[in-house]
Design a protein around this ligand. Structure first.
Ligand code: NCD
Length: 473
């Protein structure tokens, strides 16, 4: 397997076989931790952490030291030229000329992709806002693999802040890739974002069953089950009989309970945070007394706040400190592979059908709706154009290539308008038949009528008719 010179920005960047290869290299390295000093000798890793971190930064740095390499670091945006208004792209180019590999944590969603696009060296995303945290997912999967010897077919419960938790978003796609079933137990108001669900069900297949509670624990609010994702590789009783699902599901037992803290630094306002925190469910001895949890691995990316009781630390089901410790060999294996210092053989695998979505890259007409997306930040807008995958035609759905948020724009036009005459330069409703007729490469997309008119387009009869239907004509 050759991972040399590649970057890890999202979990989509690694196949199942590549992850399994990485885990076997991590096994090998953890068995002989003190014999790895020659692997990356003379190499330099830049460690750029612009959000708080203990485990991720220190385990990356420990990993590079154990591989015999060197580390340069910046841990505060205020101490870098980003604070003077430098763009991420310029920083990436410069740091890429000093280091052989870059690890970056940044509050803006999609920032790691920008660094990877400009650095010229492998880049590892150590967390980009609430978007993804793929190396935490590698540690999580490695723990599941070591404790259960397989990931396929496991039932994993995701607990807590499923809205803002980047570890959750990465883990969802990775678990789906491996063929695990996922039980979503969000704290009220912190459900999995719609764009994550959409990507999960369209790209990974499977089915999302919204759950109607029957079980006592659910009724009492101790087990806040909201939905279950059933992998396509395990045709399931649940898909056929969703209403009696929870009892069946819990009887069969939960293999792992993945707990997360409220990501309060990402809440819209402090008041919202207070409200959301009040209702946050706690995992404690009482919850885990249930039959379903007899053999459940209790996992957490850490840090914890109040959602995971300290009384569980001595329980043999608790895995969170092991997860953190395993971060070093997993990150050693990853660094060595991306630097081309190691290779591992992978079993021939059936790739997941990869969908090549057409791109919308005109740079005008629509913007990413996510205020935390890197493509909407003032400095970055000077050189980054909003860019989207056209993930669906009907309804027309775009997905930002940076932060992966989705949007359903309302207006479209064709760059090949009729005979090129100004009076026939028309825009249409995105839900009219035109969405099927205009070829993707000719599609012009607008998020408002105003935007369409600013670009010289006039409403077509479809738009005016619709306005009349809605009483605005
Ligand atoms: C996580 C993170 O930073 O997203 N921490 C980690 O890397 N282990 C989880 C969190 O902060 O809640």
């Amino acid at each position: 397997m050759d991972l040399a010179n590649r970057s890890l920005v999202t979990v989509d960047d690694l196949s199942i076989g590549e992850m399994e290869g990485l885990f076997s290299l991590a096994d090998e390295m953890s068995d002989s931790m003190n014999e790895q000093r020659g692997v990356c000798q003379g190499k330099v890793m830049a460690s750029l952490f612009f959000e708080p971190s203990t485990r991720t930064r220190l385990s990356f740095e420990a990993a590079m030291h154990r591989l015999g390499g060197n580390v340069i670091s910046a841990v505060d945006i205020g101490s870098t030229s980003l604070a003077k208004g430098e763009s991420i792209a310029d920083m990436a180019r410069v740091v890429g000329s000093y280091a052989d590999i870059i690890v970056i944590r940044h509050p803006w969603e999609g920032a790691a992709k920008v660094v990877a696009d400009y650095a010229g060296v492998p880049v590892i995303n150590a967390g980009d806002g609430g978007h993804q945290h793929p190396t935490q997912t590698l540690c999580d999967l490695y723990t599941l693999q070591k404790e259960r010897h397989t990931i396929k077919g496991l039932r994993i419960t995701l607990w807590g802040d499923l809205k803002y938790g980047r570890t959750i978003h990465s883990l969802i796609f990775a678990l789906a890739k491996f063929g695990a079933d996922i039980l979503f137990c969000p704290s009220p108001g912190l459900e999995v974002p719609e764009h994550v669900i959409k990507k999960l069900t369209t790209e990974y297949g499977g089915e999302l069953v919204r759950y109607e509670a029957l079980d006592q624990a659910v009724k009492e609010g101790r087990f806040p089950l909201d939905a279950i994702y059933i992998t396509p590789s395990s045709p399931h009783q649940l898909a056929m009989m969703p209403t009696i699902s929870m009892q069946v599901e819990l009887k069969a037992g939960v293999d792992a309970l993945y707990v997360t803290r409220p990501q309060q630094e990402r809440f819209a306002t402090a008041e919202e945070g207070q409200e959301l925190k009040k209702r946050y469910p706690v995992v404690n001895k009482r919850l885990l007394k249930g039959k379903a949890f007899r053999k459940t691995l209790v996992m957490h990316p850490l840090p914890r706040v109040d959602e995971l009781a300290y009384e569980l630390d001595a329980d043999s089901r608790s895995m969170y400190f092991k997860q953190a410790a395993r971060g070093v060999p997993v990150r050693m294996a990853l660094i060595a592979l991306l630097l081309g210092a190691k290779e591992v053989a992978i079993a021939k695998e059936e790739p997941l059908p990869k969908i090549d979505y057409p791109l919308y890259r005109r740079g005008f007409g629509v913007k990413c709706p996510n205020p935390k997306c890197v493509s909407g930040q003032e400095t970055e807008m000077k050189y980054l154009k909003p860019e989207f995958k056209i993930a669906n035609r009907e309804p027309l759905t775009l997905r930002c290539i940076y932060c992966e948020h989705g949007l359903e724009p309302k207006y479209i036009a064709s760059s090949h308008w009729h005979e090129g005459r100004l009076d026939s330069k028309k825009y249409h409703s995105a839900d009219s038949h035109w969405v099927r007729e205009i070829r993707p490469e000719n599609l012009i997309i607008f998020d408002s009528e105003n935007e369409a008119q600013t670009h010289g387009f006039k409403p077509s009869s479809y738009v005016t008719r619709r306005r009349k239907e809605h009483g605005k004509g």
